[in-house]
Design a protein around this ligand. Structure first.
Ligand SMILES: [Zn+2]
Length: 329
């Protein structure tokens, strides 16, 4: 089952989190695999998207923000877009748009950054907006300060956190066909407000980037975590192996009902309504050319199919039956 664990290093300005997504991740893969138009993800796409799902979950849990966090990678290779959306309660969904063959051992650059046009964007979209308010968005390229392509999702996001949040962050991410998992270690920002004292604190915070010895020691320990260990070991074992010499305080883990979980608001009923909206003539015209009307959800990849009998029913049934049917009114 999926779980997320938070902890702090006692007396040090460092916090950490581990996430392991199992059922949540396999549901995302199952939906995609069931889509007859797209088919399942190629292994390198699966790995990239899984790492993004783990990272976005960690980032959403790391902020106090009433809105969705959307992590996107826009590509100029065969993968045009990979996107993950995580709600404040850690309900999440993810998908990728793949327009050409991805080689079995394709690197991040080969998938999304062929001519260095790839970008990574993080959007915070508030649930309640005041009039005219735009979502906050930060964008970073998929190459480093020297113009060298970055080949790991974790390195892209570490770069982002440093550039736009001025936070030292270490991320270890991994995904396969069963698990998407991640470890995040972050130096805690010093608290400050927009007064004189606050700006001095901000300056002090900036001066600490890369220099805090406690953070650096813990970051080195975290970075020693291998992909295989992250995928196969339970959280207790991972934390003990890495940080057995450190004093850690753990928080109540998010598991069971409060764990990160898959959720998409698409449904067969909604798609049915959409087809009714197209009109009978359009629906019949599609069915004259193919066996089914197939509609894929652009947010989770699942595909809804309506054969001629289903479609005929849509147009003969009363509207409320299309909407779900059990409404007593
Ligand atoms: Zn969906």
């Amino acid at each position: 089952m999926s779980e997320l664990h938070k902890f702090i290093f006692d007396g040090l300005p460092v916090r950490g989190m581990v996430v392991r997504l199992t059922d949540t991740w396999t549901e995302i893969l199952r939906r995609r695999a069931s889509n007859s138009t797209t088919g399942a993800y190629a292994a390198p796409v699966r790995e990239m998207l899984g790492e993004m799902v783990a990272a976005a979950t960690l980032m959403q849990s790391n902020i106090k923000f009433d809105g969705s966090l959307i992590l996107q990678v826009f590509g100029d290779g065969p993968v045009k877009l990979a996107v993950v959306e995580v709600q404040p309660d850690l309900a999440l969904r993810a998908t990728a748009t793949v327009t050409a063959q991805v080689e079995p051992a394709a690197s991040l650059s080969e998938m999304v950054n062929v001519s260095n046009q790839g970008r990574c964007a993080i959007t915070l979209d508030p649930n309640t907006k005041f009039p005219g308010q735009q979502p906050y968005q930060g964008v970073v390229p998929l190459f480093d300060d020297h113009g060298k392509p970055i080949e790991k999702v974790s390195a892209v996001l570490e770069h982002y956190m440093l550039q736009s949040e001025q936070l030292d962050t270490t991320l270890v991410l991994a995904a396969d066909e069963n698990v998407a998992a991640g470890l995040l270690i972050q130096r805690l920002p010093m608290q400050g407000t927009a007064n004189l004292a606050g700006s001095m604190v901000a300056k002090e915070n900036e001066d600490q980037i890369g220099l805090n010895e406690h953070y650096n020691r813990i970051a080195i320990l975290a970075s020693s975590l291998k992909r295989e260990e992250l995928l196969t070991l339970d959280v207790e074992t991972i934390l003990h192996r890495l940080f057995w010499e450190e004093q850690i305080t753990r928080f109540e883990p998010l598991e069971g009902a409060s764990a990160p979980r898959f959720a998409c608001n698409c449904s067969r009923e909604r798609v049915g309504k959409m087809i009714v909206g197209l009109g009978r003539e359009e629906a019949e015209s599609i069915l004259s050319e193919r066996e089914d009307i197939e509609v894929g959800c652009e947010f989770c990849g699942v595909q809804y199919r309506f054969d001629p009998v289903d479609a005929a029913q849509l147009f003969t049934a009363p509207t409320r039956a299309v909407a779900g049917g059990s409404d007593p009114h």
